[in-house]
Design a binder for this molecule. Sequence first.
Ligand code: ZN
Length: 125
Amino acid sequence: MGRVFLVELDDKAYRCKFCDTPLALADDILSRSFSCRKGRAYLFENVVNVSCGPEENRVMMSGMHTVVDIFCCGCGQLLGWKYMIAPEKNQKYKEGKAVLERWRITEDVSEDFNLESRSSDPEYT
Ligand SMILES: [Zn+2]
């Protein structure tokens, strides 16, 4: 696997939880009401720094779709999936859009971002 050029996002972005690679702009979010097996997932107009798996037909809650899994270019973790073909007319808006599973990403704007770095826990000293 060759080195992949990473796109930097200046604005508020969602990043890979494990390697901090920027993945999508907060402005590109279309819906926060998607769900995955692990809970909440977000639908994005556009994602960057991802690689795609092979196309496959998958039955979702909203019917059958042709999707590809998307992976982080930085660390290779599975991030979510992208809709390639949505056969139902009322699902067509999803084509070309990507879903990122919320628990796999972090938000630049998140307030609890620094909690983990406060490691001076008195119980261990
Ligand atoms: Zn990553």
